[in-house]
Structures are given as C-alpha cells and as structure tokens.
Design a protein around this ligand. Sequence first.
Ligand code: GDP
Length: 444
Amino acid sequence: EMFGQLTSGLESAWNKLKGEEVLTKENIVEPMRDIRRALLEADVSLPVVRRFVQSVSDQAIGIGVIRGVKPDQQLVKIVHDELVKLMGGEVSELVFAKSAPTVILLAGLQGVGKTTVCAKLANYLKKQGKSCMLIAGDVYRPAAIDQLVILGEQVGVPVYTEGTDVKPSEIARKGLAEAKKKNIDVAIVDTAGRLQIDKGMMDELKDVKRVLNPTEVLLVVDAMTGQEAAALVTTFNLEIGITGAILTKLDGDSRGGAALSVKEVSGKPIKLVGRGERMEDLEPFYPNRMAGRILGMGDVLSFVEKAQEVMRQEDAEELQQKIMSANFDFNDFLKQTRAVAKMGSMTRVIGMIPGMAKVTPAQIRDAEKNLKIMEAMIEVMTPEEREKPELLAESPERRKRVAQASGKTEQQVSQLVAQLFQMRVRMKNLMGVMEGGSIPSLSN
Ligand code: GDP
C-alpha cells in the first residue's frame, strides 16, 4: 500500500485520543509527537515538519467541541486539511499556449523515468483529443532515442529525431519547426539527464529553453528519493526556471516525503504523477485525494465535514431557544429546514456505514425539492411577514401576493403557513412536557 508506513504512523496519533472528550493542550502532546515522527520517517524535510506540526497544534487546541464529533476524528480532519494545503491545495493543471503548438520541455536526472514520461504524457494528451509530437533531445544517454521512438510508436505519436551528433538546441529548433508545419497541438521535448546535477546539463537546458520558449518546463523527479526530490526541484527552478514537477514511481514503496515536500520547499507544484510502468499510468496530482489516501479514512473525513457544516453549536442552540419560545417565525423555519436538508446529505454519509439505515436517493431528492419550493415562498415575503406569520394567516390578499411573486399556488402558501403554526403548537406541547419534569433534547 502506498505510504503504508506513514498511514499507520498517523493512526497511532488518533488512537491516543480514544476516550477523550475534547482536544486540549495536554492531550495532544503525545499524538503530535506521533505525527512528527511519522512525517520524519516518511522523509519529509524537517522545516516542513516543524511548520506542519505547529499549525496542526494551534488549530487543534482552538477548535473546541463539535457536537457528535470525537476528538480523534477532529484531529484527522485538521491533519487532512493541512496535508492538502501542504501539497498546494488545488490541482495544478497543465497550461496550454494560446497558439499551437504548446511546447512542454521535460528535464530530469537519469533513471527518474523521463523518457517514459514523454510517451505517457503524449498518450494522456492524445486521449484529450490533442495531437502530439515527441522531440528526441536526449543525445547523452545511449539508446534514449531508440527507446523514445519505440514508445512513440506504441502510443501512436510521431517522434522527431536527428540522432546524437546534433546539438540539443538545434534538434529542438528543427523539431519545433516540424511540429508547426504539421499543425501539432503539443510538442513534448525530451532532454538529456545526468547522474547528478552538472553545469553541462544546466547549460544545455538553458540553451534548449531559450530556443523553444516553452509554455511548460517540467522537472521529472523520482518519488523514491524523498525530500531529495524537493531539493532538486528547487535547484532546477533557480537554475533554469521551471513551471512544475512530475513525480514518478509513486506506485513503489515510496514513503511520501517527495509528494509532501515539493510544493512547500520549492514553491513549484507537482502537476502529474506516474504510478506504474504502463503508458496509462500517468494522472494529475490531486492534493485532496492524495491526503485522503494517506489518511485512508474517506468516511471519517466526509462525516466530520458534514457535521461541522450542520452543527455549528451556537447556531443550533440559538435556534433551539427560539423554537422553545413559541415565537418561531419564518426566518427560523428557513434556518431549520436548511439544517435538516444538510442533515439529509449527512444521512447519505451515515448510510455508507455498514449497519446504518439507508436513505433512498428519491427521498433525498424529494426533500431537496420541497425545500426549494418553501424557500421560494419565504424569499418573497416582507421582513414583517417573516417575523409575524399571523399577518399571512389573517390575510388571503397577502397569501395571494406571495403565491404570485414566487410562482407557487395559493394552496401551497396556505400549506406553508399552516405548517409553521403546527410547529408552534408542537412546541407548546413540548413545553408542557418539560414543565412536567422531563426535558427532551432537540439537538440530538
Ligand atoms: P530516464 O533515464 O529518466 O529517461 O528513465 P526511463 O524513462 O528510462 O525510466 C527508468 C525506469 O523506470 C524504466 O524501467 C521505467 O519503466 C521505470 N519507470 C518510469 N516511470 C515509472 C513509474 O511511474 N513507476 C514505476 N514502477 N516504474 C517507472
């Protein structure tokens, strides 16, 4: 399993919070130590780990109680959101030039998977309906050109070659001219890597870049090299200026350090990831999904998200007070029905948990439709009418106006008003019960 060790390292952090009621300065010390250790073992760079742990601690202490959500679940959510942020937040899309061809220049050290990425990328873009051409600029590694020609044939994309005796910048210039002539959408240029960074490679890349004026300059890095990958992205960016990185070999037993460090260390996003040797194994880098995978807790995450939305505690309590006071008006009605509607999507989440009752999609759709109808009617009421529903109860003219303005029938308006008064009656009865000694809780 990808990042397995990181996942289980983080798990021990949540486990230490089992049985706690609320996150405190004291009880997060141990879990934070686990998180720190897990990240360092995953080969995330130390300054990144420090900032991460600090930010998570600050948020954890400040969060307080969210009804129905346990402290360990809260911490999972905070860590998740912080991981997403660390990896750049949004997915970082490839940019295309306004006039074709878009030029994508690929750089990288030897053995990282650069040649493979050229063909994978062509395959990926071809599936989006773009015509591609590969330009074989790796004159340094023996057989790199042959390999590119074979892979190009495999994915059905032309490969422009000049052999190994021509200067890479010259190959780039001629290749680009050929791509223009053939009305190619995207030209992908392979360049020569070295075993390590050296001046010859950087100078060559600068030359090629100058000739091509590429839209994207992407550094291919190997996920197995951990935080070293982030350092490489930084160096290449300072030397030649790049637009992003492609992270390969994410399918192997890489520990996660590269995926988690690249953006934070270099300021450049990971745009694509390779997860295997097949031509299909290239996909966009989604920070969100990656964080979800690292935590391996999709269900918990969506549950906490919904609960946070719905159960802002103060709001719930204020609403409850209002309901009890029998002054319940259309403003409250709207708030309550909206909360219930959100709970509807929450039941969907709960429904995913084995053993819990299922809510059918049809029921949810009905509820959502009803809410829209009610909202439309309440929206056209005057502020006075919303606060004093009696006005509508007493005046057929007002109901008629609301019906016309909202495009609903007078009968629907009457129903809505009746519903509100029914609720008031129910509340009054409830108060009676309370005076009798048993206090029901509305929030649960
Ligand atoms: P280059 O020297 O950077 O051009 O590297 P190559 O493209 O020749 O790739 C080196 C090796 O890594 C080859 O055996 C590839 O099949 C392999 N490789 C490339 N990308 C991936 C990947 O995402 N996952 C795995 N498992 N192997 C990869």
